[in-house]
Design a protein around this ligand. Structure first.
Ligand code: SF4
Length: 160
């Protein structure tokens, strides 16, 4: 979904978005039932909890300095390939709540995307991805998080 603005090579070198600490564990993706089933079959220790119409990872308690890797992460990258959760396919974009409305924001943790012109990123979103993101959020409102401090707002829903 992001191949126009983010190369597979950049992602393969990084994987930052698949490993979490106690402060960003809220960033773990929402899994649809089928995708969750694939991970659970391959990694029997993986723990999930129901959240709305999907499932989230149950990381248990994470102490300061400890890291939690998504169970779908392998030495060769994500085991789910093109079937990875929608949240992962659009990251570092996220749909978030800001004030009364929903916005699409970009995480500063992904330097490969965040470092690009934000005007260009807005144009890219308006070409079609923004509508898909808001449609996904209509279906899975539990995927919408409060605006977080390392995210910059690119687009609000009423700008479409
Ligand atoms: S599902 Fe795949 S892409 Fe998403 S966080 Fe887990 S390993 Fe990373």
């Amino acid at each position: 979904m992001l191949k126009e603005i983010l190369s597979k090579a950049s992602c393969a070198e990084c994987r930052l978005c698949c490993v979490f600490d106690r402060y960003d564990v809220w960033e773990t993706p929402l899994f649809e039932a089928e995708t969750m089933g694939k991970v659970a079959a391959a990694v029997p220790d993986a723990k999930f909890a129901k959240k709305g119409g999907g499932f989230v990872l149950n990381s248990g308690e994470i102490t300061d300095g400890e890291l939690f890797s998504c169970p779908a992460l392998t030495e060769n990258g994500c085991m789910l390939g093109d079937d990875k959760p929608f949240d992962c396919r659009i990251w570092p974009f996220r749909i978030m709540k800001s004030g009364e409305g929903r916005v699409i924001a970009v995480s500063s943790l992904c330097s490969a995307v965040y470092g690009q012109s934000h005007d260009d990123l807005r144009d890219f979103l308006k070409e079609g991805l923004a509508k898909k993101i808001f449609a996904y959020a209509d279906k899975f409102p539990e995927a919408v998080h409060e605006l977080y401090n390392n995210y910059s707002v690119l687009l609000s829903e009423n700008e479409l």
